[in-house]
Design a protein around this ligand. Structure first.
Ligand code: ADP
Length: 251
C-alpha cells in the first residue's frame, strides 16, 4: 500500500475515502448478518428430520412392546430420516460453498416412493393426505433427493394450510408428474417469482412461527435443476397452492 499523507489529500478525496470506508463497513455488516441468518436457518431446516426421529423413537418407547407392528415403520422412518439429515447437512454445506450436487440416478418405482414418503409424513404430523393416481410409475431418479423434494413440498403444504393435502401422480408426454396440492393461505401473485430466493418468506412472522427458514424452496430448486427436473407453482391467495414436479422420463 502506498502511504497516504494527509497533506496530499484534498477535502473531496477525504469525503470519497469516508464514503468508501462506510461502504466497506456496510458490506462487512451485511455479510455477517447473512452468515448469521444462514446458520440459524440451517438449524431450522434440520429440525424437521429431527422431529420425525424424536417422534418415532418416542412412539417406540411408549408402545413398541405392545405394538410390534409399529416396529418396521418406525425403524424405517428413523433410518431414512437419519440419512436425510446427513444428506441435508451436506447439502447445506454445498449451498454455503456453492458446490455441485452429487446425484445418483436409479430406476425406481416412483409411486411406491411417493406412498412411503406420504406415510412417514402422515404418521409424523398427523395430517390427512389423499393420494390420487394409483398406477405404478417407474422412472429414473435419485431416491434420497426425490424424498427430500417431496418432504419440502409436503412440509410447506402442512405449514401453510390446515385442511386436506392431495398428492397426485400423473404424466405428460415427456415427464412424470407429482403434484402436491393444499387449500391454505396461498401465495400472493407478486411474491410467486421470489419464493425460490434464498431466505425469502412471504410472511416472516407466520413462516418463523411454523419453523420456516426460507431455504426449503431454494434447496428444492437446486435439487430439481440437478435432477434435470422442473417445478411449477400455481397459487391463489386464500385458496391454496399446487406444486407440480416434472421428472423427465428419459434418463
Ligand atoms: P419456509 O421454510 O419459510 O417455508 P420455503 O423456501 O420453503 O421457506 O418457502 C418460501 C416461502 O414461500 C414461504 O415462507 C411461504 O411464504 C411461501 N410458501 C411456500 N410454500 C407455500 C404453500 N404451500 N402455501 C403458501 N405459501 C407457501
Amino acid at each position: 500500500f502506498q502511504q497516504l499523507k494527509l497533506e496530499d489529500t484534498n477535502e473531496g478525496e477525504l469525503v470519497e475515502m469516508g464514503k468508501t470506508f462506510n461502504h466497506m463497513m456496510e458490506l462487512l455488516q451485511t455479510n455477517y448478518e447473512k452468515q448469521e441468518q444462514f446458520v440459524s436457518n440451517a438449524s431450522h431446516e434440520l429440525r424437521t428430520p429431527l422431529t420425525i426421529i424424536e417422534n418415532y423413537a418416542d412412539l417406540l418407547k411408549r408402545r413398541g412392546l405392545e405394538r410390534p407392528d409399529l416396529f418396521e415403520e418406525s425403524i424405517d422412518a428413523i433410518h431414512s430420516e437419519a440419512i436425510r439429515m446427513r444428506e441435508m447437512t451436506e447439502q447445506l454445506l454445498s449451498i454455503a460453498k456453492q458446490e455441485p450436487w452429487n446425484i445418483q440416478l436409479e430406476q425406481i418405482n416412483i409411486t411406491q416412493l411417493v406412498q412411503e414418503t406420504v406415510t412417514t409424513f402422515q404418521t409424523t404430523y398427523q395430517r390427512e393426505v389423499e393420494m390420487e393416481g394409483n398406477h405404478q410409475t417407474v422412472g429414473y431418479t435419485d431416491i434420497q433427493k426425490l424424498k427430500q423434494l417431496l418432504f419440502i413440498f409436503l412440509d410447506n403444504a402442512r405449514k401453510y394450510s390446515d385442511g386436506k393435502i392431495t398428492v397426485r401422480i400423473g404424466q405428460t408426454d415427456k415427464d412424470l408428474t407429482i403434484q402436491i396440492q393444499d387449500r391454505g393461505v396461498g401465495i400472493p401473485y407478486e411474491d410467486l417469482p421470489k419464493v425460490f430466493d434464498r431466505f425469502y418468506r412471504v410472511d416472516q412472522a407466520r413462516s418463523r412461527k411454523q419453523g420456516g427458514s426460507g431455504l426449503g424452496l431454494t434447496m428444492a430448486k437446486d435439487i430439481t435443476d440437478a435432477l434435470g427436473a422442473r417445478i411449477e407453482i400455481n397459487s391463489k391467495e386464500k385458496q391454496g397452492t399446487t406444486v407440480t414436479l416434472f421428472l423427465p422420463k428419459e434418463k
